[in-house]
Design a protein around this ligand. Structure first.
Ligand SMILES: *Cc1c(COP(=O)(O)O)cnc(C)c1O
Length: 464
């Protein structure tokens, strides 16, 4: 028999041996129970397609048993339905790591978010009057009490707060800003671009390193929408530099009848100087300097869920609230519940004790050393050395907190880092020369055991 004919016969037999989808479905009760019938059917078809494709190039490929096909389908089903957004352990020592989701939330915050998402809520319903209410009231009272601001609004994030404020107050009007504040925050978010997007006409004043009060005064002689100030969140300028006092900027702007808007970025509600860091501008300070509208993130130094918080003069806030963009960038009920819960920690003077990022910021070096030593003990290798943690998240640029880390000397730190990232949960560390460093400061206390067991396993597979 010619070779071609023989192969064709084998192929025909193999094709005939492929079970039908119906046959497989009859044995797939477990998969159907877990994943539903349509998706299971989909996965079985795709498993069979793979076999047919394989037979085209390799006619002698033995058709797998039904069990094997079902298990193939199960892997596919699991891959299709697996969430892509999963928890990781942050051992990097960067407290507000934007790539790792910024602030972990307090227990009370998580519970408030859970409660409001379980069922219905009075999000936009006035329970006293029995008719439509406003979602804007939910975080407003607490923000007024906390900051002394007349009025407040919570939106999707701080970038949208900046966009909304400028669209409402400075559309087609001049917005004056110092050149030294035309910053790029990260992820391509550039203040000048956002200002332009809002319809504001950018008026840059001063130089890269210095801006004087007269630089503001001059352009204020023409009709102007706002004077804008932006916190240099992620860099420092040093040397021959200077900026007028915020009080003075406010004075010249108000003399011209122009409001001042301050994008604080992180916007601390506590004084960072009390934690051995340099002073990050606080919301209360900006308002007492006479700033008309301030905005800041909910998930940076506030330590809550993603949100943009706007606080300021009632008259201006009412313009902002009425602007059509306000609807497009509004906060959802879960964020509103979470932000309110986080803010109430500040009101109760318990923020430093119960908000995770403040617990991390205020963690004592000794306490960190004890944990790093315990990791080392259990692991039976590594070295505890002094190092530095950073706050991150667009706050306190160039600043660090002294810490202790577990340092693991290894031939290929990058390979170890990759193995740690592949673990479940993934562990994010950092490298320094030929060492992998793990900082206990950003590791939640209930993750200590996981860190050690993962390291043990991964190191046993890695050449030292
Ligand atoms: C981080 C930051 C923003 C953006 O805030 P998001 O909450 O990330 O949208 C805007 N302005 C400044 C100065 C910032 O630091």
């Amino acid at each position: 028999m010619p070779v071609g004919t023989r192969l064709r016969q084998i192929l025909m037999t193999n094709l005939r041996n492929i079970p039908s989808v119906e046959q497989l479905l009859n044995n797939a009760a477990d998969l159907i129970a877990s994943y539903g019938r349509p998706l299971t059917l989909d996965s079985l078809r795709s498993a069979l397609d793979v076999i047919r494709a394989r037979l085209k190039t390799d006619p002698e490929f033995a058709t797998p048993k039904n069990d094997e096909i079902l298990s193939q389908a199960e892997s596919q089903l699991s891959a299709w339905t697996r969430p892509t957004l999963i928890p990781v352990i942050n051992a990097s020592g960067v407290i507000l790591h934007t790539n790792l989701g910024r602030a972990p939330l307090s227990r009370a915050t998580i519970s408030a978010m859970q409660t409001v998402s379980h069922g219905y809520s009075n999000l936009e319903y006035d329970l006293k009057k029995g008719k439509r209410g406003s979602r804007l009231i939910h975080a407003e009272g607490i923000l007024q009490k906390l900051t002394g601001g007349e009025s407040a609004l919570v939106v999707n994030n701080n970038a949208s707060a900046v966009l909304l404020i400028l669209a409402a107050l400075s559309n087609r009007k001049r917005a004056i800003i110092a050149r030294s504040q035309l910053v790029e925050i990260g992820g391509g978010f550039r203040i000048p671009d956002v200002m332009k997007q809002s319809g504001a006409k950018l008026v840059e004043v001063g130089t890269t390193n210095r801006v004087h009060l007269r630089d503001y005064e001059e352009p204020l002689s023409e009709p102007t929408g706002v004077v804008m100030r932006v916190h240099r969140s992620n860099f420092k300028i040093v040397g021959f530099t200077g900026e007028p006092d915020l009080n003075d900027i406010v004075a010249v702007a108000h003399k011209a009848g122009v409001p001042v808007v301050d994008d604080l970025g992180s916007g601390s509600l506590l004084d960072t100087a009390e934690y051995g860091l340099s002073h990050e501008p606080t919301v209360q300070e900006a308002l007492s300097a006479g700033v008309d509208v301030v905005c800041f993130s909910g998930d940076k130094l506030v330590g809550g869920p993603q949100a943009g918080i706007i606080v300021g003069k009632k008259e201006l806030l009412s313009k902002i609230k009425k602007h059509p963009l306000a609807r497009a960038v509004r906060a959802d009920k879960v964020a509103l519940a979470g932000i309110s819960a986080t803010l109430s920690h500040y009101l109760k003077n318990e923020a430093a004790q119960v908000i995770p990022i403040w617990q991390m910021i205020s963690m004592k070096r000794k306490q960190i050393k004890v944990r790093a030593e315990a990791w080392k003990m259990e692991l039976g290798s590594g070295e505890v050395i002094e190092s530095e943690s950073t706050v991150g998240g667009g706050s306190l640029p160039g600043e660090s907190l002294p810490t202790f880390v577990l340092a693991i000397a290894i031939k290929s730190p990058d390979k170890l880092m990759a193995k740690l990232r592949a673990a479940n949960p993934a562990i994010i560390a950092r490298t320094e020369h030929t060492r992998v460093l793990l900082d206990p400061r950003t590791v939640l206390p209930d993750q200590d055991q996981t860190i050690v067991s993962t390291l043990k396993r991964v190191l046993s597979e890695s050449p030292r």
